[in-house]
Design a protein. Structure first.
Length: 195
């Protein structure tokens, strides 16, 4: 019986992916309340039905909670909120970043407050190394991460690479999975960083 169940079986090849489906872009109509299509890229953690829910607030035309397709980016959420108001500062906002379910996006936040928050709310500090809050693992540049104790340019790049590959940090505990961060270094960094 054991040998019979382990015999080779034929397997159907996967269907080819249509490149045109990934190259589609939606052109926003002024005044239309359409949900934007997701940008190409690997889908992150999704909610029920392959959709994500994000909270867009700040200097947008229609702030509020928006449902987007999985794989949507910050630019898609801004489009779903009616676009950015005139004069809004987008300096600390990565519009190409893939969104996660439950995330908050604050547009035009003054420096020292969160520009992008992880699931469950905003992150104080917004990636800066100000004394008012921790350094955000999701928005900090390699130079900002390099200012942390025990983090050099190589480890800072490992953190950014992990963030890019996994669609961001959902919790500080994910920092343990970054190459080069052991238990001792994690214990030193934990109070200084946020998702």
């Amino acid at each position: 019986m054991h040998f019979w169940s382990a015999r080779p079986h034929s397997v159907r090849a996967p269907d080819p992916v249509d490149e045109a489906a990934h190259a589609r872009t939606s052109s926003p109509a002024s005044g239309a309340a359409e949900a934007p299509e997701p940008s190409p890229g690997p889908p992150p953690v999704t909610g029920p039905g392959g959709r994500i829910v994000v909270d867009v607030s700040g200097k947008v035309r229609r702030p509020g909670v928006r449902q987007l397709p999985s794989g949507a980016r910050v630019a898609d959420a801004l489009r779903a909120a009616g676009g950015v108001r005139d004069g809004a500062d987008l300096t600390g906002l990565n519009r190409a970043r893939v969104l996660m379910d439950g995330e908050q996006i604050v547009v035009g936040a003054p420096s020292g407050t969160a520009a992008v928050g992880g699931p469950g709310g905003a992150v104080p500090g917004g990636g800066g190394s100000s004394p008012s809050g921790p350094v955000s693992l999701n928005t900090a540049t390699p130079e900002q991460l390099d200012t942390l104790p025990g983090v050099g340019p190589v480890l800072a790049q490992h953190i950014v690479d992990y963030r890019t590959q996994h669609g961001g940090f959902r919790s500080v505990d994910e920092l343990r999975e970054v190459n080069g961060i052991g238990d001792r270094r994690f214990a030193d960094l934990r109070p200084l960083v946020g998702p």
